[in-house]
Each structure stands twice: as structure tokens, then as C-alpha cells.
Design a protein around this ligand. Sequence first.
Ligand SMILES: Nc1ncnc2c1ncn2[C@@H]1O[C@H](COP(=O)(O)OP(=O)(O)OP(=O)(O)O)[C@@H](O)[C@H]1O
Ligand SMILES: O=C(O)C[C@H](Cc1nc2cc(Cl)cc(Cl)c2[nH]1)c1ccc(Cl)cc1
Length: 304
Amino acid sequence: MAENGENSDGGQKTKPPIKKKRPEDFRFGPILGEGSYSTVKLACEISTGREFAMKILEKRHIVKEKKVPQVEREKKVLSRLDHPFFVKLYFTFQDPERLYFGLSVARKGELLSKIKQLGKFDVDCTRFYSAQIVSALQHLHSLNIIHRDLKPENILFNDLMQIQITDFGTAKEVTESDLETPKASSFVGTAQYVSPELLKDKQAGVSSDLWALGCIIFQMLSGKFPFQAPNEYLIFQQILSCRYELPDYFPDDAKDLITNLLQLDPLKRIGCPTCGGYDALMSHPFFKGINWDTLLIAPAPQVM
Ligand SMILES: Nc1ncnc2c1ncn2[C@@H]1O[C@H](COP(=O)(O)OP(=O)(O)OP(=O)(O)O)[C@@H](O)[C@H]1O
Ligand SMILES: O=C(O)C[C@H](Cc1nc2cc(Cl)cc(Cl)c2[nH]1)c1ccc(Cl)cc1
């Protein structure tokens, strides 16, 4: 009889290799959404009945558009994430023409759609969902990963109306060497949410996600972008000079939080390591009443 996980011949028991899945293992359902390089379909695994959001990419298109590094980065970053507020990657596989990401399903759409539907969120709703984003960023940044393109289109909701941050093709893992000798990056985020340092020096740090957080809180409370102009060049000018106006109806603690996030100097943004870190951000008056521990626990499903 093998002892302590050893084989009968006394060798160490090795886990059986995970069997790669195949397209024929799934019944594909409706399209959940489409990206520039991908189609996301609902997929049911025939043998288990489990449902996934299957993100499917055409190899030819990925190679032609020189997006191989982004796909590999998305796989690498998603494989490291296991947290209630992030889309989960369960498996990947490929066939001769396509790549497949097996993801958790975020069935309740995008934060952007919710903001558009309601026009804007009330303060309590903004506080609740901003706190979820803060909790998610705290986890992401603890792994030295920067999202770099955080925006309401990349924040989805699952059946329990918990946020599910997605789209890690442009994420960056900050290494020691990056901190010592920051390298300029060719990637720039989405105009309305891009940080001034990414525009100016092409360098992003964890603080770039905090700038985007400030923009998103502003947008939840007002339904509008803090930096808005007829074209991207004028938006960039506003960002670089940190020119925005806080509506009078914003509560004072919201105005203070947004002002401390939309700081031109990335070292002065509340939540960054040189500005009190996440303790300072999570204890800001705007988040008074938030229980950061129970936030992570999914609410009891609503009894119909
Ligand atoms: N896990 C998921 N559950 C439900 N819907 C999803 C999921 N992932 C993506 N989607 C939907 O599919 C659409 C395409 O997502 P995908 O990440 O493939 O591309 P994208 O990042 O939105 O587009 P682009 O590549 O142009 O940035 C999105 O609009 C999103 O709403
Ligand atoms: O099987 C694995 O996990 C590793 C492969 C690696 C891999 N094979 C590729 C082929 C092409 Cl054409 C493009 C990319 Cl980005 C490719 N990446 C892979 C398969 C699927 C996905 Cl979604 C990502 C990576």
C-alpha cells in the first residue's frame, strides 16, 4: 500500500497532467460580446454542464495584427489572478485555427452600460462599487500587476452583482528593474482614463490605475467624463494640465477623494505607496461605513 502520497514503488506521486480541453467538449451558445481580436461565447462543457465565457481568438488575425505578446500576457496575468472581483481563467487550449480562453461568466454586463442606463449612480451605489474596485486594485497591485486600461467597459458584473475586472492584454507586471530603470512603453490606454505620466513619459505605475479610479468615480457620480473635449488631442491637453471641474452636487468627501486621486504627480495620489498606500485610501471619509472584509463575500442571492 503506498504511503504518504508515494507510488507503490516508493516513487513520489505526481499529479496526472491536466487533460487539455477541445472545442468538441463544449456546446457553444450565444455570443456574449466581441472585441477587436476576439469573440466571447457562452459555452457549456458537455461532460460537466459547467458554463464558461469562451474567449475565442483567430490565430491568423492575432499574428497578422502582431498581438501575440498581448495574448501571452493576458494568459500569464489571468493565470495569476484568483480573486472574487476578477474574471477567472479556468483553462486555455487551441485548435489549428483558434485560441480559447475558458473564463468565468460575467452575465450582468458592463459597468459602462449601468452608468448609461441610470444616467448616473447615487452616492451609496458609487461608494459600494468604488470600494469593490479599490479592493480589486489592492489585490492586483499586491501582485505588482498594473491593469493600465481600467475603464467602465472593462468592469463587468457577475450574477451576484460583484464587479469582475477583465481585459488584461495590456496589463504590465512591474519588476524590480522596472522600478529602478523605468522603460517607456508603446502602450497608451483609453483617452478619457489615461494618466498624465503615461501621456508624458510613456511610463505607468500602480498610480496610473489610481488615476483611472478617480476618473471612474467621477463618471459614476456624474455620468460624465472628468476630461471631455471634441477630440483626443484636447482631452490630452486637459489631462496634462489636470484641468477638470467637480460638480457642486458632489458630496465634499467625494470631491476630496477625487481631488486626491486626480493628482498630476503620481507620487501624490492617495493609495500609492508614497501616499499612505491602500490603508490611506480605504480609510478615506468617502468610504465611511464600508466593511472591507464582508465586501468580498458575495451577497445572499436575492430571493425572487
Ligand atoms: N467573462 C466574460 N463574461 C461575459 N462577457 C464577457 C466576458 N469577457 C468579455 N465579455 C464581453 O465580450 C466582449 C469582448 O471582450 P474581449 O475581452 O474579448 O474584448 P475587449 O477587450 O472588450 O475588446 P478589445 O480587445 O477591443 O479591447 C466585451 O465587450 C465583454 O462585454
Ligand atoms: O496551450 C497553451 O496554453 C499555450 C498556447 C501558446 C500559444 N500558442 C499560440 C499560437 C498563436 Cl498563432 C498565437 C498565440 Cl498568442 C499563441 N499562444 C496558448 C493557447 C491558448 C491560449 Cl488562449 C493562449 C496560449
